[in-house]
Write a protein that binds this ligand. Structure first.
Ligand code: SF4
Ligand code: SF4
Length: 342
């Protein structure tokens, strides 16, 4: 690992050089909100963002992704990943990307996701502003972010740029960096630790205790019915979540009835039709028909089911689901703390 320092007044030139050399995706303003988009100039970069509308997973696993075209029995791959830099990712989203990497690499290795992922250099950045529903300071503390190539931290009069891989190291040729001093490196540790204390929401218990008690609440039908009473089944809490990865695959046929394309779309387990399956003979069965059942399934996935595989919860505390649920019922902190107090 190398730790370098770049002064504020040189940082703009570094980003401009990067944008000139390679496609860069980074947080930019979208009216009063923020989104990861292709950076057209260094001026558009907003490292002071709180949270983005959608997580950066959309670059590897887009909401709609054409996988292949077919004609007769011939198939042609449609995924052509571009080499790019994903710049300014907060650590909770780095953790989520690492989880998705793990889940898409096991069993049926997902070549389409992995092709995009491997073509990407990830530069994480410290959180300069905490979003209003974040709780990353108290969730999954036993799991640390990994998989990023570099980490940028704003301190005093500039930025410390730590590199962890050759891909991260290669970016430093675009800027006027100098070795970071011990004082600057100590400041990085302080800045990144301090932000953990600034989350407006907090879980009251550790992951292992939560996983056990949430699992024990499975049969509490009344609890789940109450939690979901105002749920529209819109699926927003799934689609904005950096750790959700369910998808549906659909074929579209052209009028010649020989050729077409295969596309995958994000799916959402809170929607009514998610668990509807064919029962044969033209019949269907929905094995999670009730809103409460779907609501429970999401919380089980986030707080309990995946913990043994991931080493911690499948929730990174970004607060996107809490702030984007119209009914304001999706907040994992409120639900989990309520269960822990039963
Ligand atoms: S919990 Fe909220 S965001 Fe999720 S499906 Fe229900 S209404 Fe939509
Ligand atoms: S469950 Fe909510 S808070 Fe947790 S990672 Fe998903 S969107 Fe973020």
């Amino acid at each position: 690992m190398t730790a370098l320092f770049i002064k504020d007044k040189e940082f703009h030139d570094f980003v401009a050089a990067l944008v000139g050399a390679t496609p860069v995706y980074a947080p930019v303003a979208k009216r009063s909100l923020f989104a990861f988009e292709r950076l057209v100039s260094a001026d558009a970069l907003r490292l002071d963002y709180d949270v983005t509308i959608l997580p950066p997973k959309k670059l590897f696993f887009p909401p709609a992704q054409e996988l292949l075209k077919f004609t007769g029995g011939k198939f042609t791959a449609s995924v052509h990943p571009e080499e790019k830099v994903l710049f300014g990712v907060h650590f909770y989203d780095v953790k989520a990307i690492d989880q998705t990497d793990q889940l898409f690499a096991e069993k049926n290795y997902d070549v389409n996701y992995m092709a995009h992922r491997q073509a990407t250099t990830i530069v994480a950045s410290n959180i300069q502003k905490v979003s209003r529903r974040a709780f990353f300071g108290t969730v999954g503390q036993e799991v640390h972010p990994k998989g990023h190539d570099a980490y940028l931290t704003k301190i005093g009069t500039g930025y410390v740029f730590e590199t962890f891989t050759p891909k991260g190291e290669a970016l430093t040729k675009h800027g006027n960096f100098e070795p970071a001093t011990d004082t600057q490196r100590a400041e990085v540790v302080k800045v990144n630790a301090a932000v953990l204390e600034q989350c407006p929401e907090k879980l009251t218990h550790k992951s292992a205790e939560i996983a056990t008690k949430v699992r024990q609440a499975f049969k509490n039908e009344e609890l789940w019915r109450e939690c979901a009473v105002d749920c529209f089944s819109c699926g927003t809490c799934n689609t904005v979540c950096p750790t959700c990865y369910c998808f549906d695959v659909q074929d579209t046929w052209n009028v010649d009835q020989k050729s077409g394309s295969r596309t995958r779309y994000w799916d959402a387990c809170l929607t009514e039709s998610f668990a509807t399956i064919s029962a044969g003979g033209g019949h269907v069965e929905n094995f999670r028909e009730e809103r409460g059942e779907r609501f429970r399934h999401r919380i089980m996935r986030k707080a309990s089911y995946l913990n043994p595989k991931l080493g911690g919860p499948a929730c990174v505390g970004c607060g996107r689901c809490s702030s984007q649920c119209t009914a304001d019922i999706a907040d994992p902190v409120r639900i989990i703390n309520k269960i822990m107090a039963l």
